[in-house]
Design a protein around this ligand. Sequence first.
Ligand SMILES: *Cc1c(COP(=O)(O)O)cnc(C)c1O
Length: 463
Amino acid sequence: MQYYSLGKNSPNVDFRTAAITGQAPDKGLYFPSTIPKFTAAQIERFKTLDKASLAFEVMKPYVGGTIDDASLKEICAQTINFDFPLVPITENILSLELFHGPTLAFKDVGARFMSRCLGYFSKEKKANDRNSNLTKSTEDNTTTKPTTVLVATSGDTGGAVANGFLGVEGVNVIILYPKGKVSPIQELQLTTCGQNITALEVEGSFDDCQAIVKEAFMDAALNEQYNLTSANSINVARWLPQQLYYFFAWQNWVAKYQDAQGNYPSMNIVVPSGNFGNICAGMMAKASGLPLSHFIAACNANDVVTRYLSTEKYEIHKAVATVSNAMDVGNPSNFVRIMEIMHQDFPTLVKALSSYSYDDINTQATITRVYNDYGYTLDPHGAVAFLAAEEFIHDHEYQITHFNHTTEASPVRTIILETAHPVKFPQIVEASIGHALNIPDQVKPLFSKEKKSVQLPASFEAV
Ligand SMILES: *Cc1c(COP(=O)(O)O)cnc(C)c1O
């Protein structure tokens, strides 16, 4: 498997190089040269495969031989070793809870997979260097330089990356986060690791952090000196394993709804979207043969894609701050990949993808309403998704009853991805449901740890 740059101006590379460098030299995003196609027989077998084996089979073609099978199996098993339950909220809206990992957000899977791949490649390089030093003259004893993962976070990425990479040999991690703009648990998750993880507390916004990281990646000397790579979803090793959620969700869906003839209702999926990496991974899973129906991107006031789908005008803007802050993105980096999956064709895109956007008032009211009516606690991102699910169902039921009076309308069902645990956003969630949230066991130890960060002004030079 080779990866080409969507910038179309860089040589093709294998998975290893794509994962180590993050972005192509022309600053384009890497994309697989062929999307693996699973046969109907394979898909049938996937229905009952255990999660670790399924993860291995899905990831193997993408890794393309750069990691041996035994190691990849181990990496996959470790990556997904927690629950991904599908929990009904209403009769027709089910929540796929992706927050049972160590940092309580869906980014754990991508970060855990990527960190283990980089750890593998770093060990492999060390071994190769040792071997070549044995055969070469002694003056050529170049030491292996560590890779430096440089990442800006609005909250969840930092924690997941810190946790995923903690103690991984040959990899140092530098996380930039905006001072005072992440929640208390998020801040503890990224500042209490120590070891190979350094947190930089930047006196500015997430956009400022992101701009500094971008400037660092543009700096050839700095890249050379530190072996910089990114751990955002632009990195294929973080982006591609996110496909696994959709395979797991589909397994659950089939188990729940399949009838004696093997039929089950079509599975529509609502994804709270910011950089559109997660939803794009779902669309890859579908392109590789997983029987998924429609994708719905749920967005906050940052509605570039929502507007694009109705106007065909793609107008990026400066991100505005909302209560669902992981989706505060004005120029979603993975949208170019979605267009590539859709063969750059707008009519194909609108058949596969819908998008709805909601403001903070609606989001907060939805947390309250869903808690009161169904006893389910949504986080702000899940609340945006829930609204989109309701609107999608409403739009489609209307079509069925309006255009087709004769056939019995089967219910339109959707899954929403619950991308973070509500406790990561205690201020808004507790205000919405009227009482305090229980702290899950994974994060309790954080509160006795010491925060360590380096405070810096928002400038590239300072960083
Ligand atoms: C990162 C994140 C998102 C957005 O995911 P993208 O892949 O950037 O679209 C949504 N919800 C939460 C809680 C997140 O942390």
